[in-house]
Design a binder for this molecule. Structure first.
Ligand SMILES: Nc1ncnc2c1ncn2[C@@H]1O[C@H](COP(=O)(O)OS(=O)(=O)O)[C@@H](OP(=O)(O)O)[C@H]1O
Ligand SMILES: Nc1ncnc2c1ncn2[C@@H]1O[C@H](COP(=O)(O)OP(=O)(O)O)[C@@H](O)[C@H]1O
Length: 602
């Protein structure tokens, strides 16, 4: 490293917001960090505190300002160039020049119908979106979006963005806010909106354009990104429980999951790190960073490092929450004696002999969490029992319900309950055939099945994952039927049709996957025709609904050779080949289905 180069430091998001306000003159007369009694402070690593100058850089390494650590003075180098809505970040001076003669309205939350009524009375306004770290009720970018949407609904409104951060001291932050607004306002009036904290629980009445932004920014807990963080001593059961939990997630088939297991991370992402306090912190921050990114996109990350330090766990929580994810901490609280008794990897014995330095629980501390969502001691318990504690707590949190095969928090939405409560217009078994456009394969299956079923109490329907609307059956395919139904018209697959069906039989595995992706609760009743035909063949004693339940229970995977290839526009031979295969499968499936219906009737 060049010994004369100025050392660099990347401040926290809160500090970066403060830096922007210091360098734009928004905090005047304050111009530097660390004035006595001020909440505008910056934390430097010990190694930099003695430096005469430190270059403050943004997360991508762009130098923003030079800080003199002793005095706290900052000299601006450049203004941050990146970030959404950067063009709306004006200095107080630019604001006063560009937007004179307006009433300033500070905004920290999406505006309601009542807020807009209030603002409309003010004449020309400047909505000041206070988007700094910890200040807005929405994410910073959604606050700006919602404020722009509000401006669109007013006759004469402009928007400026000011990253006024919160510092955890309500009185100091209030005073700072007043000062910043005074600097932006100059001689213009400032109008405060009614405080909404009093009725926070009430459902705010937003205009629809704003409601949409709020909803997208604040997904329901079960749609939010999620980090499941298992912490505990080596051998406490973190990996075992994490793996068992992931299996449940995969079996449910609704969410994908990324695992960041302690040992696995140490072999890959954190290869080369030791078990010193510093390296452990680096290790956990890396895990936290990756997990937070996964949660930013609505994903599910399961992480299971020891993570012995409370402050590093708190950092990860913050990273995840800043990314819009939920952080769910599971303390696997198996006591040291039990972990040592298990000593699965023989590490405790080595640590006791002094062969492994800084071993957690023996020669390195483990700080017990006091912020865990659930605490599980696995001593003397089965893995299933311990896992149930985690699954129950998770379900109660609203983030992930692994208790049923179907994720629902509304019992009426559970298909078992729904079908019992929903009046059926008939007792027939409902069979839905699905292909792509609903003009070749599914109408062939539907009409052939109907002919095979005769008078049995069974109703057939068809639809396409990309179903054409209101088209007749493809002529080449129709010619393979002895009597094709002239009244047939194609249609796309809908939720109602999937709910109507007792069983959904698809031409190809890709159709089945699409059905399940869009209607996760159909996972127990959607099969390829070929897959279902195999189950029917292997279970000759089962009929109707029992056969469908058996197929769901067996979880046999659809095989590639089960697929009926699309004959559309491939000529008569292809159509006849497809027809032959479907007929063969239906000859197994339809009698197997109707057998039960006939028995139920008698
Ligand atoms: N000194 C020392 N202390 C603790 N653990 C040690 C040590 N040396 C090696 N191991 C093995 O490394 C696994 C823990 O790694 P982690 O990345 O989870 O630890 S930490 O979170 O960074 O503290 C841990 O795996 P688990 O048993 O899965 O927890 C141990 O097998
Ligand atoms: N109820 C339980 N839950 C989890 N693990 C258990 C339980 N009972 C016994 N064990 C055993 O404890 C050991 C835990 O090891 P592991 O999951 O690798 O822990 P860690 O990842 O915390 O180091 C495994 O051998 C596991 O079979």
């Amino acid at each position: 490293m060049d010994p004369v180069s100025t050392p660099q430091h990347c401040p926290t998001p809160r500090e970066l917001d403060d830096l922007e306000l210091l360098t734009t003159g928004a905090l005047l007369p304050l111009t530097g960090f660390g004035e006595p009694g001020s909440v505008i402070t910056i934390d430097l690593p010990a190694a930099l505190a003695e430096a005469s100058e430190v270059e403050l850089v943004d997360p991508e390494g762009l130098p923003l300002a030079v800080l003199a650590p002793q005095s706290g003075a900052v000299t601006s180098l450049t203004h941050a160039q990146y970030g959404p809505f950067r063009r709306l970040h004006l200095t107080p001076q630019q604001t006063r020049e560009r937007h004179p003669h307006r009433t300033l309205v500070p905004v920290t939350d999406a505006l309601t119908v009542a807020d807009l009524e209030d603002v409309r009375r003010l004449g020309p306004v400047l909505l000041v979106a206070l988007s700094g770290h910890g200040t807005p009720a929405l994410s910073p970018v959604a606050l700006v979006r919602a404020t722009l949407a509000a401006a669109d609904l007013l006759t004469d409104a402009e928007v400026v963005v000011v990253p006024l951060a919160a510092h955890g001291d309500a009185a100091a932050d209030h005073a700072l806010g007043l000062r910043v607004l005074a600097n932006y306002a100059g001689d213009n009036p400032v109008h405060a909106l009614a405080d909404r904290d009093a009725d926070r629980d009430a459902d705010p009445d937003y205009p629809s354009a704003i409601a949409e932004i709020v909803e997208r920014d604040q997904p329901a807990p079960d749609e939010q990104g999620l980090v499941l963080f298992f912490t505990g001593l080596s051998g406490s059961g973190k990996s075992t429980l994490a793996r068992a939990l992931m299996d449940r997630v995969l079996e449910q088939g609704v969410r994908t999951v990324t695992s960041l297991d302690g040992d696995v991370v140490r072999r890959n992402l954190s290869a080369g790190l030791t078990f010193s306090k510093e390296d452990r912190e680096t290790n956990i921050r890396r895990i936290g960073w990756v997990a937070a990114e996964i949660s930013r996109h609505g994903g599910l990350a399961v992480v299971s490092p020891i993570a012995p330090f409370a402050s590093t766990r708190a950092d990860v929580r913050e990273m995840v929450e800043d990314a819009g994810g939920a952080f769910f901490l599971i303390h696997v609280a198996t006591p040291l004696e039990e972990c040592e008794r298990r000593d699965r990897k023989g590490l405790y014995a080595k640590a006791r002999r002094g062969e492994i330095p800084e071993f957690t629980g023996i020669s390195s501390p483990y700080e017990e969490p006091d912020d865990a969502a659930v605490r599980v001691d696995t001593t003397g318990r089965t893995i299933e029992a311990a896992l149930d504690d985690v699954i129950d707590a998770l379900a109660a949190s609203g983030h992930l319900d692994l208790r049923t095969e179907y994720p629902t928090d509304d019992p009426a939405e559970d298909p078992a309950v729904a079908s019992a409560e929903q009046p059926r217009t008939d007792d027939d078994l409902h069979v839905l055939f699905v292909c792509t456009a609903n003009i070749c394969r599914s109408p062939y299956m539907e009409q052939t099945a109907r002919a095979l079923a005769g008078d049995a109490a069974i109703t057939f329907a068809g639809a396409g994952t990309h179903g054409l609307v209101d088209q007749p059956m493809d002529e080449v395919m129709a010619a393979t039927l002895s009597a094709s139904d002239p009244a047939f018209r194609s249609r796309p697959l809908t939720r109602d049709l999937v709910e109507w069906a007792d069983v959904v039989l698809t031409a190809e595995a890709s159709h089945r996957a699409l059905v399940i992706e869009e209607h996760p609760r159909a996972v127990r009743k959607a099969f390829t025709l070929g897959q279902f035909a195999r189950v029917a063949q292997e279970s000759p004693d089962l009929h109707g609904r029992e056969l469908i339940a058996e197929a769901a229970e067996r979880r046999v995977r659809p095989l590639p050779e089960d697929d009926i290839d699309d004959p559309y526009r491939r000529g008569t031979a292809s159509a006849e080949a497809a027809a032959g295969r479907m007929s063969g499968m239906l000859a197994l499936v339809v009698p197997a289905l109707t057998g039960a219906s006939t028995q139920e009737e008698s």
